[in-house]
Design a protein around this ligand. Structure first.
Ligand code: GDP
Length: 390
């Protein structure tokens, strides 16, 4: 574990170190290497400046944990440092931190729910961070308060996520009306998703009225993001072919809007053609129960062109689903889904944590692979051990 102060100085010197300061108690939560408060990301360019939050947190590093009241007051007053520290508690693997986080969440819940939650997905390179930077500043320019969160399950493999990285969004990261939080470090998708969902509650209580949740458009994380947002935006490129873009049919089906990025220069015409093709393709999907017909638009995040068209889509969607009751219906469905997901997760964790089950798994696998028992019998055997009284 790198001491916090050392890591801060390294981030200035090194060309590849990107410091993500998660809290003021990094030493204490280092019991799990994947849950480190500090994560070092490979392949990210040197940040242009030291993260001011990091410095502030560094100065208060040795401070005791705040009381629940202090966290809650800080969040409700829109204090971004305290919000950041509270999210760190959500992400911590320490039991005491988790308990504290739950109390804070409970107190913030009555103040949550008032944002427009927007999921943003697309394969790496499509222009997500350029878009978030451009569209984010467009929105804060309109007086909105924007929080950018991320879900990147691949971080469990690469030991570090770049999604939501502030160095990718330089303008937005210095914007007082924006709050950028990188993807929680590693863990199961379910675990990462839970942390992001809980972070949404705190961000909303802190007064952020628009929340972006960014994810990479290649895997299951889309389903997780879809289950926590009001609107799902898919970024695509013209002429890259769906397969090349790794976009699965299911992801397109979830999209409330497809925005074709990089509609500039030589690419402009191709983007316009792609727009018509995607629009036609979307008509083939069954109509969503939101009553909204997904739309396709073009933009250039680099030239900041098309931001008003994207905003127009989002506003019209919101108006429609507010009025037809879908907004509320969807939120309620999501809340139930989260509860059942949580139950499944708890049961699974409990099962695999069971001492007897843990001890018996290797032999059961050997018996299974030696064709001595069937997969079903193997599962039943472990299940019986789980329910035995020992
Ligand atoms: P991400 O991996 O999806 O976050 O993609 P980035 O935002 O990092 O963009 C990948 C590359 O595409 C970068 O080199 C961007 O400068 C470039 N890019 C992003 N948006 C546009 C755009 O609208 N037009 C053009 N021509 N390039 C863009």
């Amino acid at each position: 574990m790198i001491p916090l102060h050392q890591a801060i100085y390294s981030s200035v010197k090194s060309s590849y170190l990107c410091l993500i300061v998660m809290n003021d108690m990094s030493d204490e939560i280092s019991d799990n290497k994947f849950e480190s408060a500090l994560r070092v990301n490979d392949g990210v360019e040197q940040p242009s400046q030291v993260d001011e939050n990091a410095v502030k947190l560094f100065k208060t590093k040795r401070k005791e944990l705040l009381s629940v009241d202090e966290y809650v007051d800080g969040i409700l007053n829109g204090n971004r440092t305290i919000l950041s520290q509270a999210i760190t508690l959500i992400e911590s693997s320490l039991h005491t931190h988790k308990l504290l986080a739950q109390q804070i969440i409970e107190r913030c819940l009555p103040y949550s729910g008032n944002s427009f939650r927007i999921g943003i997905t697309g394969v790496p390179g499509v222009g997500k961070s350029t878009f978030i930077e451009a569209f984010g500043t467009y929105l804060t320019g309109k007086g909105h308060k924007l929080a950018v969160l991320a879900i990147d399950p691949s971080s469990s493999r690469s030991h570090g996520s770049i999604l939501g990285d502030k160095t990718r969004m330089e303008e937005l990261s210095t914007d007082m009306n924006a709050f950028i939080r990188p993807s929680p470090a590693a863990g199961s998708l379910g675990g990462v998703a839970r942390k992001t969902r809980e972070s949404i509650i705190l961000c909303e209580a802190a007064g952020f009225d628009i929340i972006f949740i960014e994810t990479v458009g290649v895997g299951q994380s889309e389903t997780a993001v879809h289950s926590m947002v009001d609107f799902f935006l898919l970024l695509m490129l013209a002429g890259a072919g769906d397969e090349l873009q790794g976009i699965k049919r299911g992801i397109m089906e979830m999209a409330d809007a497809i925005v074709i990025n990089k509609a500039d220069g030589d690419n402009l015409l191709k983007a316009k053609t792609a727009r018509i093709e995607y629009q036609n393709a979307l008509h083939l999907f069954p109509p969503p129960d939101s009553g909204w017909n997904p739309e396709v638009e073009t933009m250039s995040a680099r030239l900041k062109d098309g931001m008003d068209r994207v905003w127009d889509i989002l506003q019209r969607y919101r108006e429609l689903v507010f009025n037809n009751g879908y907004f509320e219906l969807n939120r309620r469905r999501q809340m139930k889904l989260i509860m059942y997901d949580a139950i499944e997760q708890m049961l699974t964790d409990h099962f695999y944590d069971h001492k007897g089950v843990k001890g018996e798994i290797p032999q059961t696998e050997t018996d299974l692979l030696g064709h001595r028992i069937s997969s079903y019998q193997a599962a039943q055997k472990l299940f019986n051990i789980y329910f035995s009284k020992e």
